[in-house]
Ligand binder design. Structure first.
Ligand SMILES: [Ca+2]
Ligand SMILES: [Ca+2]
Ligand SMILES: [Ca+2]
Ligand SMILES: [Ca+2]
Length: 295
């Protein structure tokens, strides 16, 4: 089967102007988010109770070796630890398209702890990954390391970044090739609303997704290159970058892609931290930093 990089659908498809807000515009109405949330969560809980993953392989593998996730039924392996006993729950708010935010639960398993720090949800990551449906069908996998731009994948994928520690790398003097070591691997099981939901270009509509993500390194994203990290341009801190609260000057361009956030004619990069003390400047000391203060 030809492998396509379905995560990149987000970048290429007109359905996903920006995946981070999951505002889909399909031909037929989307299913009710509340009903789908409940159905997906029931499917996921049942799946977690009845399956296990190859955790022994992850435990015994060398820290330089990538392990490919496999998940099997507990029916013939009753001595294995069920997924439900290994998951951490994480709530994520999703916009249902009418600016109602519905809380969805994603289930996270840190399969292998990395040695470095965690990216933010907005950062650029260098990863390998495997994506599966609950029935075990692999719909996407990259065994080769690739970069993903910040916020360019389905939400449940980038919401997992703060749960994966990166690794370290060096150059093998004998071959000149880069060697990676100590990278973290995290498994996430997510409802369809954090995946492709009802997108007509989805590999399967309304399907909960499983990903295993191996994180080699990352770069702090700054989409508009205004020197403010993208994660700090989520003004209200709700994890959504296109919200009405995230456009300080109200010009329709959210701060993370607006290089003059207060529309005062001075580029953000020229008024954010001019004295280079590591803090946003606030000349008139009114509590509003200069780059967000048009007055
Ligand atoms: Ca926001
Ligand atoms: Ca703006
Ligand atoms: Ca900006
Ligand atoms: Ca400005």
């Amino acid at each position: 089967m030809k492998k396509t990089n379905l995560l990149l659908i987000c970048l290429l498809s007109a359905l996903f102007i920006n995946c981070e807000d999951n505002r889909l515009q399909p031909q037929i109405p989307l299913r009710d988010y509340e009903e789908q949330r409940a159905a997906d969560n029931d499917s996921i809980i049942s799946f977690l109770q009845n399956h296990y993953y190859n955790y022994e392989e992850f435990e015994s593998a060398s820290t330089t070796t990538r392990v490919s996730l496999t998940i099997d039924s507990l029916i013939n392996a009753t001595d294995k630890i069920p997924l439900i006993d290994q998951v951490i729950e994480h709530e994520v708010q999703v916009n249902d398209g009418d600016d109602n935010f519905i809380s969805h639960t994603m289930y996270i398993i840190p399969a292998r702890e990395g040695v470095g720090g965690f990216p933010s949800i907005a950062d650029e990551v260098y990863v390998t990954y495997k994506g599966m449906f609950l029935d075990g069908v692999v719909f996407d996998e990259s065994e080769s390391k690739i970069w993903f731009n910040g916020l360019s994948t389905v939400r449940g994928f980038f919401e997992t970044y703060p749960f994966i520690k990166h690794g370290v790398w060096d150059v093998d003097p004998s071959t000149g090739l880069i060697r990676h070591d100590g990278f973290g691997t995290t498994i996430v099981i997510m409802p369809s609303a954090l995946g492709y939901y009802g997108s007509t270009s989805a590999p399967r509509q309304y399907a909960p997704l499983i990903f295993a993500i191996d994180l080699y390194t990352f770069a702090v994203a700054d989409h508009d290159e205004d020197s403010v990290p993208t994660i700090d341009e989520d003004v209200d801190g709700d994890g959504h970058f296109n919200g009405s609260n995230d456009d300080t000057d109200g010009d329709g361009v959210p701060n993370y892609v607006d290089n003059d956030d207060d529309d005062d004619g001075i580029l953000t990069i020229d008024e954010y931290d001019v004295d280079l003390d590591g803090f946003p400047d606030d000349s008139d000391q009114d509590g509003i930093p200069d780059y967000l203060d048009a007055s």
